[in-house]
Design a protein around this ligand. Structure first.
Ligand code: GDP
Ligand code: ZN
Length: 310
């Protein structure tokens, strides 16, 4: 009855839960379930929000005020050696994009799989530019991700994105990839209307201020709760130091069957006797480069937590 009472008095009116489309400092573009976009401010000293955050807002003159942030299911970061940035909250699917005309950085793809697993998201790898020579070679290189159980989706963003449209339906996705892979082309084909509309409204968000960080959410329908895609700027590095060192081995899918079976409970899966993980590698059941990456990610993560280890 509280909100009805307020409405009757003509004071602030509580609105339905909205989704954050874009963020700029303390200003946020929020989409309501009916498709309306409201420019909102975040009051108080609360930590900042990410695209995909669900918020309760109230109308104020000229826009809205964010009253409450709903609990997140997860928070996906992008980071390089120097800084960490939020990509999106409440993500269900991470989509990596590689292409046949740019040499593929396989370790970068491995890092995307770890980022996805650590936040309990599904991972999908798009192999773009199927129309160009060299595509078969790219598919051969990506076979190792198929072996791990990940789906590799071959397509040409310029010709037909239908297979990807099916994969993103109902999902809350994040697109990652180095620039030039075709992310913009994919997004234009998947969500043309949403892109045009968001560009228009988010320019309002940045008028007279500095430009946005470039991470933007595109709803697949008017109602963003029916699925969306977040685009983030191309990045050549993908640091994962924000993941807890103890959570890193679990994020390697192929290690899971062996974890907990080492002689020592605190095994680092390095040179310890009776290490079930290393033994699996020696039997050819775990790829050596993945185990090496696991160890270096643990070291990276520990070094940011304990500067004396640097
Ligand atoms: P982004 O930097 O990842 O956003 O990549 P863009 O979408 O800007 O694409 C980079 C270049 O690749 C552009 O010249 C696109 O026209 C081209 N491109 C994107 N998808 C395809 C494709 O499927 N086939 C071919 N031949 N070129 C593509
Ligand atoms: Zn071990």
């Amino acid at each position: 009855m509280r909100s009805a009472g307020r409405a009757a008095r003509g004071l602030k009116r509580t609105l339905p839960t909205g989704t954050v489309l874009a963020a700029h400092r303390r200003h946020f573009l929020v989409a309501l379930p009916d498709g309306e976009r409201v420019e909102c401010v975040l009051k108080g000293r609360r930590a900042t929000l990410a695209c995909g955050d669900l918020v309760e807002i109230q109308r104020v003159a000229g826009g809205g005020a964010i009253e409450r942030v709903l609990p997140r299911t997860n928070l996906v970061y992008r980071s390089d050696a120097f800084k960490e940035k939020l990509i999106a909250a409440n993500v269900t699917l991470v989509i990596g994009v590689v292409a046949s005309d740019i040499p593929v950085d396989l370790e970068l793809v491995d890092r995307w799989t770890i980022a996805a697993e650590a936040e309990r998201c599904a991972f999908l790898l798009v192999a773009n530019k199927a129309d160009l020579p060299g595509f078969e070679r790219l598919l051969d290189q990506l076979q190792r991700f198929v072996v791990l159980g990940y789906r590799v989706l071959p397509l040409s963003a310029k010709r037909d994105v239908a297979p990807l449209l099916a994969a993103v339906t109902g999902e809350r996705s994040v697109l990652v990839g180095q620039s030039g892979m075709g992310k913009s082309t994919l997004l234009n084909a998947l969500v043309p209307a949403a892109r045009a509309r968001t560009a228009e409204v988010s320019s309002a968000l940045t008028t007279g201020r500095h430009t946005t960080t470039g991470t933007t959410l595109y709803p697949l329908h008017d109602d963003p709760s029916r699925g969306w895609i977040v685009d983030s700027p191309g990045m050549t590095a993908f640091a994962l130091a924000h993941i807890d060192p103890h959570a890193i081995p679990e994020a390697f899918v192929e290690l899971r069957p062996f974890l907990g079976h080492c002689r020592f409970r605190d095994c680092r899966h390095d040179l310890e006797p009776g290490c079930a993980v290393r033994e699996a590698m020696e039997r050819g059941e775990i790829a050596p480069h993945r185990l090496e990456l696991m160890r270096s990610l643990v070291a990276e993560s520990e070094s940011v937590r304990d500067p004396s280890r640097r």
